[in-house]
Ligand binder design. Structure first.
Ligand code: SF4
Length: 85
């Protein structure tokens, strides 16, 4: 990772929460529009490679390096009673 990251990140300082996984009260259509916009910006980001490498250390769900990243770290295993045999 370069010393300039994240200053060169295309999302740095962006006024809209396009990269957030969800925004309270939004419709599914608006969320899809936000994520589409975020992914388009990610495609031209000069630090996309560094961002992709940082996914393993991601602390939040949302769009990372142009992909929607669910927060798996907090996912709990399902109880045995809910598992499909
Ligand atoms: S690639 Fe990463 S750093 Fe660049 S705009 Fe997308 S989320 Fe931000």
């Amino acid at each position: 990772m370069t010393a300039i990251y994240p200053l060169d990140a295309a999302c740095a300082g962006h006024p809209l929460p396009l990269w957030d996984a969800t925004v309270y009260g939004e419709t599914v259509e608006y969320r899809e529009w936000r994520h589409h916009q975020a992914k388009a910006i990610c495609r031209g980001c000069p630090v996309k490679v560094q961002c992709f490498k940082a996914i393993d250390h991601a602390w939040d769900e949302g769009i990372w390096a142009g992909e929607l990243l669910p927060l798996k770290r907090n996912a709990r295993p399902r109880p045995a009673s809910e598992r499909v045999a």
